[in-house]
Design a protein around this ligand. Sequence first.
Ligand code: AMP
Length: 115
Amino acid sequence: MSSDTIFGKIIRREIPADIVYEDDLCLAFRDVNPQAPTHILVVPKEHLESAQAMGPEQRELVGHLVYVANQVAAKDGIAERGYRLVFNVGVDGGLTVPHLHLHVIGGRPLTWPPG
Ligand code: AMP
C-alpha cells in the first residue's frame, strides 16, 4: 500500500513527477529540488517510513531499490564517474518525506563528509 505522503500521491499519479523508471515494486523520478545534475529518487510502492522501518521481509525490496538505482544512474550516464546513494533516516538524518526513498546523486564531484 502506498502512503499519504507526497510520494504516495506520485505513486498513485495524483500529482505529476518526472518519472524515469517504473516496475511492480518501485518508481524512480527526478527530485524537484536537485542537488546535482542527476538527482533521482527511487521509491518503493509499498509504504515504509524509512530504512529504519524495514524488517527481514523487506530485505529483497531494499536490495531491489539499490539495483534500480544503479540502472537509472547508468541510464543517466553517471555510472563511470560515480555517484552517491543515500537513505536519509530520522530527524538528524535529514528525512523530510516519511516514505522510504533512495537518493541517486551525481553528475558532479560530491564533497565528503556531508554537512
Ligand atoms: P529526504 O530529505 O531524504 O526526505 O528527501 C526528500 C526529497 O524529496 C527532497 O530532496 C525533496 O526535494 C524531494 N521532493 C519533495 N517533493 C517532491 C516532489 N513533489 N517531486 C519530486 N521530489 C520531491
